[in-house]
Design a protein around this ligand. Structure first.
Ligand SMILES: Cc1cc2nc3c(=O)[nH]c(=O)nc-3n(C[C@H](O)[C@H](O)[C@H](O)COP(=O)(O)OP(=O)(O)OC[C@H]3O[C@@H](n4cnc5c(N)ncnc54)[C@H](O)[C@@H]3O)c2cc1C
Length: 399
């Protein structure tokens, strides 16, 4: 197993770090306080290639490998989770699903513009009455001639009002829906501009306040049959394989949040005095610092292993779920410890650590809650869960 990052990865990291500091950081505290997203960030991410970093060049991307996807996630989340969420839904959940399952025509029409950053995309699985329980979704797309007619509602959708295209999961088989059999779900590429598509935005979120989250109502939306991604009834497999890529970006982003919590804490440890010593000299504070350094390094190894498995074309559902579970819990603990180290100052937005904690909370829930991730690990260990080959596999990559 080769976990090393080469010179190309390092120069990509520098570019992502510089971008996040130049484009995402300015005005962030105000955007977070006012719950306002800055649309110029998506545009610049697109212009500088980040929205298609690991999509092949002939489909408009930079043609880099899967380690670079993790690096962008980590560096963007180091500044703010809302920037990493863009990479998670656009690159991880949507673009890579099109690369993996799309027809050549779908790749030309829908993958190339999003890889070039001309358009934004997101992933629509969750519904008002069904999140973890995917078989419980209510959305239905009825076949009528050469089209499907979709009705339903998706909620908690990142970039709901600004994504130009959605990857939407809906049942296409009434009997299977009634039987809660997820093999009756199909996946569709749906354009925001189509008649009957009504996106909206939520307010009052705990975290990711500088990013957009909302919902989309679909009312008798006519979808050409060629916009189905994968075969009829293959949507659950499309969605789960997309989550293998999305969870990878969340796990990698969590390393950035741990690093940010650690760096803020190190600075404060040297600045703040208590009992006539820097607080970093107190061993119980050192324990919290040590725990952050530990989770940063463990998390990095878990993500690099997933990157290597993806680059070499190996399925890594178990490893990605393990990294997502481990790293998001570790990031929440690191952010919590960072607040503790800052004492009362950590409780105000004068310091960024309270934002880190609020942002860390969502990542434990989305793309599979910590309970769901534990069930996955237990089922593999107990032999209840096995990964068969998929009809379409994620293509391998090398740098
Ligand atoms: C900021 C944010 C962004 C998001 N972005 C997107 C997006 O872009 N696209 C999208 O489709 N979704 C998105 N989501 C939704 C997210 O994926 C879901 O919230 C998540 O899957 C959990 O579903 P739920 O909220 O319905 O919780 P539920 O499934 O209702 O779960 C409630 C509780 O019950 C527990 N539980 C459920 N089933 C079991 C079980 N079998 N065993 C043990 N415990 C169980 C859960 O772990 C949880 O603690 C986003 C959510 C957030 C917060």
């Amino acid at each position: 197993m080769d976990l090393t990052h080469n010179a190309d990865h390092e120069s990509f990291r520098q570019a992502a770090r510089e971008f996040a500091a130049r484009v995402v950081a300015p005005g962030l505290r105000e955007r977070d306080a006012d719950a306002k997203a800055d649309a110029s960030i998506y545009k610049k991410m697109g212009e500088e290639g980040f929205l298609g970093c690991c999509i092949p060049q002939h489909y408009g991307g930079l043609g880099l490998d899967y380690h670079t996807l993790a690096i962008a996630s980590e560096e963007f989340e180091y500044i703010d989770s809302s920037a990493r969420v863009i990479i998670s839904v656009h690159n991880g959940l949507h673009s890579l699903a099109l690369l993996q399952w799309g027809t050549e025509a779908q790749k030309q029409q829908y993958l190339a513009p999003i890889a070039r950053g001309e358009k934004l995309s997101t992933f629509c699985l969750t519904e008002p009455a069904a999140g973890s329980d995917v078989a419980g979704i209510q959305s239905f797309a009825e076949k009528k001639g050469d089209r499907y007619v979709l009705s339903g509602e998706k909620i908690w959708i990142s970039l709901s009002t600004v994504a130009d295209q959605y990857l939407v999961m809906a049942y296409t088989d009434r009997a299977k829906q009634a039987a809660r059999d997820h093999s009756g779900i199909s996946a569709f590429i749906v354009e925001r501009a189509w008649k009957g598509v009504a996106p909206y935005e939520f307010h009052g979120k705990l975290g990711v306040r500088a990013g957009i989250t909302g919902g989309i109502a679909f009312q008798d939306v006519e979808i050409p049959e060629e916009n189905m991604l994968g075969l009829p009834d293959e949507g659950f497999k499309v969605a789960m394989s997309a989550l293998d890529n999305g969870r990878y970006t969340v796990a990698a982003g969590a390393i950035g949040l741990i690093r940010a919590s650690l760096d803020a804490s190190l600075k404060y440890c040297h600045e703040r005095q208590a009992f006539k010593r820097e607080i970093g000299k107190h061993q119980l504070v050192q324990q919290m610092i040590a725990s952050m350094a530990q989770s940063r390094d463990i998390g990095d190894l878990l993500v690099r292993k997933c990157g290597w498995l993806k680059n070499t074309g190996q399925r890594c559902t178990r490893e990605v779920a393990l990294a997502k579970w481990t790293n998001t819990i570790a990031a929440q603990t690191a952010a919590d410890n960072a607040i503790e180290i800052h004492g009362a100052y950590g409780f105000s937005n004068e310091f960024p650590v309270e934002r880190f904690w609020r942002n860390s909370r969502g990542a434990v829930i989305y793309e599979g809650t910590k309970e769901v991730q534990q069930i996955i690990q237990a089922e593999y260990a107990l032999g209840y869960r096995h990964d068969g080959p998929l009809r379409c596999e994620l293509p391998p990559h090398s740098l």
